[in-house]
Ligand binder design. Structure first.
Ligand code: HEM
Length: 438
């Protein structure tokens, strides 16, 4: 799509089957659509598989008034439980300590850290959604994580993409059957927790997203016949949070670990900064960030370069819309291409190089960049942005205070593979690392 933009300009159309898609590329076009014309471009487009399975409910694939209500409720509830504030920072620190212990047990030998990272990251969202964490070897937890990983891959499998475009009967698409089965299995767990919570609900203080949902549902029962606080919205919103809260942050951390191994001189500079500002004894805290400009710049560059959701999630026009002189009818799928913003050569000095200097001024101070848009922008901007940033900061600073990351013996940093696996998110191919005591 970026190549097509070079030929056809920042805004262009292409067809898949009988559907016409509008692609927006580069910082200017994406910002103009998502921010300046936020209302026009704020609706979610549902592919055939999403329409049939999620029915416009929940948050990520929610539409219309139902989405608005769920998004507002989720944001305020998660804030009440400390999302983006110190309450949750303590929980993140606990989780990071657990990961450190596991890294320590490997005693500098090579291992793939993916399952430890996704368990730690997922536990943060579980604390908010369920009100508790899971042990890393809990079979139910491991099963939920497996179903999530599989479905994120299946939803963009070539056969499912074809099913989205052409009227192929569902029973012919094995990946779709598996996607549905997995979805039903994970939702049945969320449903069970919800029903248990409802049965035990006594109106006392809510301890989780699910608790608060039940309270609100009971408040609206009988009073508001059109309420959106129903079982389906509860189950889809909770599963959305579990998946969205686990997948992209885990993938970003995996890019970060790989990039730090690949560029050891950058890793050393981060470690030196942490050592001089925090020292080696006291664990890092969120408010150390302002005193760690180089580290902050590296974390932003990991997100820019990692580009974990390059195609964004499909938007659509809410009404007939005019954009840069083009008429775009209501309901047209729109792809605000985040990757084209994160690699826009008018915005970044060396877009295809991993260069923390993109976020530093001449005096080494951290600078915010408008084209830093991994969380998208506008009405649909990621609701977990602050939480994810907190997780990334505490994870990397705590890790690098204790360990140096190295490739397995015999592998040179420059030989590390930065290619990605296909799927909904852009993730590095599996790799092993050695965490050597610093
Ligand atoms: C580094 C980590 C993350 C990245 C890069 C990321 C990125 C994104 C992007 C690109 C979108 C689509 C925005 C759009 O449609 O324009 C999104 C949506 C969303 N994200 Fe995240 N996200 C991250 C972490 C999280 C976390 C930790 C949570 C959990 C609270 C979360 C919850 C959501 C939800 C619920 C939506 C749907 C918003 C809506 O449709 O209204 N994300 N995220």
């Amino acid at each position: 799509m970026c190549k097509l933009a070079e030929q056809y300009g920042e805004v262009f159309t292409f067809h898949m089957g009988s559907t016409k898609y509008v692609v927006l590329t580069g910082y200017d076009a994406v910002k103009e659509a998502l921010v300046t014309q936020a209302d026009d471009f704020g609706e979610r487009n549902l592919t055939r598989v999403m329409k049939n399975n999620l029915k416009g409910k929940g948050i990520v694939f929610g539409v219309g008034e139902s989405w608005k209500t769920m998004r507002r409720f989720t944001l305020s509830t998660l804030r009440d439980f400390g999302m983006g504030r110190s309450t949750i920072a303590d929980r993140i620190e606990d989780e990071v300590q657990k990961v450190m212990e596991i890294f320590m047990q490997h005693q500098g030998r090579p291992f793939d850290p993916i399952i430890n990272i996704s368990s730690a990251v997922s536990n943060i969202i579980c604390i908010l959604v369920f009100g508790h964490r899971f042990e890393y070897d809990d079979p139910q937890f491991l099963r939920l994580l497996k179903l999530t990983t599989e479905n994120v891959r299946l939803v963009t499998s070539p056969m499912v993409q074809l099913y989205n475009i052409f009227p192929i009967p569902a029973f012919l698409v094995n990946d779709l059957q598996k996607f549905k089965q997995n979805g039903m299995e994970s939702r049945s767990y969320f449903r069970k927790v919800y029903q248990q919570c409802k049965a035990e609900h006594d109106g006392s203080d809510a301890r989780s997203f699910i608790d608060s949902f039940v309270t609100r549902q009971q408040e609206e029962e009988g009073k508001n016949p059109k309420t959106y606080f129903d079982e389906e919205n509860m189950v889809f919103s909770a599963t959305n949070l579990f998946i969205a809260g686990t997948e992209s942050t885990t993938t970003t951390i995996r890019w970060g670990l790989l990039l730090l191994m690949k560029y050891p001189h950058i890793q050393e500079k981060v470690q030196a900064e942490i050592e001089s500002v925090i020292g080696r004894e006291r664990p890092p805290r969120v408010d150390d960030r302002k005193n760690l400009p180089y580290t902050d710049a590296v974390l932003h560059e990991i997100q820019r370069f990692g580009n974990v959701i390059p195609n964004n999630i499909l938007h659509e026009t809410k009404e007939d819309t005019t954009f840069r002189g083009y008429h775009i009818p209501k309901g047209t799928p729109v792809i605000p291409l985040l990757g084209s913003v994160l690699f826009d050569k008018t915005q970044w000095q060396t877009p295809h190089q991993f260069n923390p200097g993109h976020f530093l001024d001449e005096d080494g101070r951290f600078i915010k960049r408008d084209a830093f848009m991994p969380f998208s922008a506008g009405r649909r901007v990621c609701i977990g942005e602050n939480l994810a940033k907190m997780e990334l900061f505490l994870f990397f600073t705590t890790l690098l205070q204790r360990f140096t990351l190295r490739p397995p013996p015999g592998v040179q940093p420059q030989d590390l593979d930065l290619s990605a696996t296909p799927g909904f998110s852009y993730a590095p191919v599996p790799y092993e690392l050695c965490a050597v005591k610093y």
